[in-house]
Design a protein around this ligand. Sequence first.
Ligand SMILES: [Zn+2]
Length: 414
Amino acid sequence: MNRLHGAIRSYDWGSHTVLAELTGRPSPSDRPEAELWLGAHPADPARVDDAASGVSLLDVISADPHGQLGEANAERFRGRLPFLLKVLAAEEPLSLQAHPNSMQAREGFERENANGVPLDSPARNYKDDNHKPELVVALTRFEALAGFRDVRRTVVLLRALGVAELDRCAEQLAAQADSSGVRALFTQWITGDEHSVTLIGDVVEACQRYLSTERDRVAWEFAAEAQTALDLGNRYPNDPGVLISLLLNRITLEPGEGLFLAAGNLHAYLRGVAVEIMASSDNVLRGGLTPKHVDVPELLKVLDFRPGSMPVVRADGDGRDNTRVYETPEREFELTRLQLDTSRSNASSSTANLAAGDPRIVFCTAGSTILSSPGASLELSAGQSAWLPASNPAVTLAPAQQRAQVFVATIGSG
Ligand SMILES: [Zn+2]
């Protein structure tokens, strides 16, 4: 096992303090820091601390795929680590986006290659041939928009804002209260004519009115939705993403709660700090709330318009077991949370064991933990991480002091 140093990615929506403080660097940072990448993605691999100098985890795995990943995993995933673990620190909203499924990614990647679109072109949609399902788990309260809301609820929201054009849209949606109705309204808004630019302004004003008027409890049920549309409208005054935000579930995750985003799910993270695990891919189709490239026809091909609520993924259990898996259907990744606590009466709740045979990234988010295996030990404090190759013997984790919270990323068993 080796200490792992993640790669910091700087984007405008990031934080000047969160990742700097988490990783023990001077805070505030010069640039906004948005993501910490813990993985072997070719665009920004983490470094493995090997004695004096760090080497890229990508190189470590390429040099010995069978030892690092395990024989079966290396064959199955063509010698590559199939997941990427990130820490997100969102101070401002990210763009509205969706990710392709495997077939769409392969087809899109080959098509853009054949058309000669350079890999680093801003007009490039498909950076690789892989799908990118993702699971986000909140470290602080985490706000997001994700998935199209149940149509009947959306109709109530659109009517509550008191804008004539929205009333018309609500009628249209009520008359076709299914995925094709959602698709029709979404398409109308995102392909926006001048008409819809006027509507964005009207919606922002209506949200302001809605939030500032004394209202009964029923009418206030969409306060978070209205506040979000208002904030987005102030930031992106002519962006159809402001209207589209009204069609999506407005979600608040408490620390420890997760959200799984399958292929085609339209989402935007709004604010908060989270751990995120995904298939190792960079394929993003944007739908707005961004100055970057938006390819509407391509987005329409991948979006899943089926309306409904988004289930919160919990690492549930009986309160005695300290090891909890966040269940998803994906085979590329699995995320587990360990809560190690020496003060619990049950002695076994203070330690956890990781079997040999699979590659793992261990990331401590609170307290500090000691990893030990025959002949080796490593202490990780909050913000620090380690790489455990498949060839590593079994590892026991215990809190260095009283408590530790640790996330463990590995390949899915599905
Ligand atoms: Zn995403």
